[in-house]
Design a protein around this ligand. Sequence first.
Ligand code: ADP
Length: 447
Amino acid sequence: MFSKVLIANRGEIALRVIRACQELGIQTVAVHSTADSDAMHVRMADESICIGPPSGALSYLNIPAIISACEITGAEAVHPGYGFLSENAQFVQVLEDHGIKFIGPTAEHIRIMGDKITAKDTMRKLGVPCVPGSEGGVDTLEEAYTVSDDMGFPVIVKATAGGGGRGMKLAKTRDDLEDAFHNARSEAKAAFGNDEVYIEKYLTLPRHIEVQVFGDGKGRAVHLGERDCSLQRRHQKVFEEAPGPCITPEMRARIGKTCSDAVADINYAGAGTIEFLYENDEFYFIEMNTRLQVEHPVTEAIFGVDLVKQQIRVASGEEMTFVQDELSIKGHAIEVRINAEKLPNFSPCPGTITHFHAPGGLGVRMDSALYAGYKIPPYYDSLIAKLIVTGTSRQAALARLHRALGELIVDGVDTTIPLFHDLLQEPDIQTGDYDIHWLEKWLEEQN
Ligand code: ADP
């Protein structure tokens, strides 16, 4: 086992990793920008190193500074959390060149899955069902018309390097295609420096269902069921639950096995998520994330496992302790993402937290780096807390969420907490009857 791990991240996810390390008896190193000197992850880690100015590009994405921090502190491994360098194959390569272990999959697996065209192609060959679409990239508008006419509208033009909902444009009809094609390409070029796009059939009423997988890197892998993350705004998840309200045990076993077999086949190491759109009882692969997801706690809650400890274990060369037959679901879990944002426009709302009270009690988990007096800097993601509740049933989890939200106090900045109070009043949320467009439609109706 490692004796010292550096966490190349900030906020709640840095705390999440520090906590796992502490329980495993591993020393922790926090890195931080000058804007984060007072951040909770810096306070909680055994050591900390400043790696640059506020801008993420110059600090949390600064590979040379992070390598230096490892060398100065003697950290043997790096946990990247999510975002920042978590899916950066070059970072993994540089760490390897310096004899530092990356807690995650290989650079090659990150590269394959980071390019959505290659990822789809790989998954198709591994027997995973995919969204119908172009074979590989679409380079010209002419080709875009040919592919889309064959498939039928609506279609969605997507950047192969895409992420965070960027570089994705819908063409409802043939008339929209030219704009969608050019806009997706220019947005992709600006965001990712790569303007390659592909085209998919646009599914009109799907749910977003993702399967958690975990591999030992040596050909053994398990799945830990699914999460339903259909409640999205601008392709960003805001509310996630496990198990999926519309997924039967038979379906779970079938898609779960397809996924675990696929990652076992490629000797995948560590945690990964295979994302699907789900419509008319069919699963359609859209992408694989080769990292721990923001919403991993709902899976941890219903399976009673610690995914981060398992990641660290496997990276250190120990055997993973997961056995498929021993993984069973108990109860239902829901996570809500609390952002420092002003409703109804969700505009970022950084500022000083004047008062903070986290909810507690049975079945309540609060992953947050907030404290009273903390000044939320304006430079980073607006996620400030994740509230995760678990109950014996979906109904019990919803009641617990209602209760926990009532206890939660975050004063000083605007947050998305009122959104969840309102959502819980909705019959569709109570029954679990929603698709990926439900939230956008509902928000429109509210305004
Ligand atoms: P990103 O990597 O940018 O998050 P994804 O490919 O994971 O992009 O898609 C994000 C979201 O966009 C999905 O959860 C879904 O809401 C929507 N989406 C993507 N592809 C399609 C499609 N073919 N049909 C309908 N919606 C889609």
